[in-house]
Ligand binder design. Structure first.
Ligand SMILES: N[C@@H](CCC(=O)N[C@@H](CS)C(=O)NCC(=O)O)C(=O)O
Length: 202
C-alpha cells in the first residue's frame, strides 16, 4: 500500500501514527505528495489533491483520515480503534468531535498563515486564533476524562496531532493557563509513534 502525505499535515500524522501503532510500517510506503501546486502530478493520483490518501493493495484509493484509519485498523481482523458500544461510545464520539473541531480550525489557520503575505486574511487569522483559545479552555476542562487517559484511541491521537501543530505555528500558544492539557500532551508526546512522526518546523 502507499500512503500519500505532506510532512506538515496533522491529518496525515493521525494515519501515520495508526500505521506505527498497528505495526503496519512494513506494509505501507509513505509518499510525499506535492499539494497546492498548479498542475501537480499528484492530481492524477488523487484528483482532490488532498492528503492523507491511501492506495490499497488492490489499487483502490481512500481519502479521509478517519476512513483510512478504520481500514488499516481492520486489516488484521483485530481492530483496536472502533468506538465502544453504548453510552461510552457517545462519550468517545463527543470527545473525538471536539478533537476534530480543534484540528480543523488549526489546519485553516496554518493554511492561511502559509499563504503569500499579501494574500493572508487578518480576519481569518484572528478568527482561528480566538477559536483555538476557546478550544484550549474547553479541552482543559475535558482532558481528565477517563477516555482521554485510558487505552490509546483516535480521540487522543487526533487531539495530540492538533496540539502538536505548535511546532508549525509559532503563534499557536495553547499552553499558558492550561496546565492539565500541557501535562497530558507532554506525557502523550513521549509515545514512539508520536516522536517518529514529528512535524517539521515551518
Ligand atoms: N478531513 C480531511 C482533511 C484533509 C486535509 O484538509 N488535508 C490538507 C492538508 S492538512 C490538504 O490535503 N490540503 C491540500 C489542499 O487543500 O489542496 C481528513 O481528515 O483527511
Amino acid at each position: 500500500m502507499k500512503l500519500y502525505i505532506t510532512p506538515g499535515s496533522p491529518y496525515a500524522r493521525i494515519v501515520r501514527m495508526v500505521i506505527l501503532e498497528k505495526g503496519l510500517a512494513n506494509r505501507v510506503e509513505i509518499m510525499a505528495a506535492p499539494t497546492r501546486v498548479a498542475g501537480s502530478p499528484y492530481y492524477q493520483i488523487n484528483p482532490s489533491g488532498r492528503v492523507p490518501y491511501l492506495i490499497r493493495d488492490d489499487g483502490i484509493g481512500l481519502e479521509e483520515s478517519a476512513l483510512i484509519c478504520a481500514y488499516l485498523d481492520h486489516l488484521d481482523g483485530k481492530p483496536v480503534f472502533d468506538w465502544p458500544a453504548g453510552d461510552d461510545g457517545w462519550e468517545a464520539r463527543r470527545l473525538d468531535a471536539l478533537a476534530h473541531s480543534l484540528i480543523d480550525g488549526l489546519a485553516v489557520w496554518s493554511r492561511e498563515s502559509h499563504r503569500p503575505a499579501n494574500e493572508r486574511s487578518p480576519t481569518v487569522l484572528a478568527h482561528e486564533a480566538r477559536r483555538s483559545e476557546r478550544m484550549a479552555d474547553l479541552w482543559e476542562s475535558q482532558i481528565s476524562h477517563p477516555f482521554m487517559n485510558g487505552t490509546l484511541n483516535l480521540a487522543q491521537i487526533t487531539l495530540a496531532c492538533a496540539l502538536g501543530l505548535e511546532a508549525r505555528n509559532p503563534d499557536l500558544k495553547w499552553r499558558p493557563g492550561h496546565p492539565k492539557l500541557s501535562a497530558w500532551f507532554d506525557a502523550f508526546a513521549k509515545r514512539p509513534s508520536f516522536v517518529a512522526t514529528a512535524m517539521p518546523a515551518p
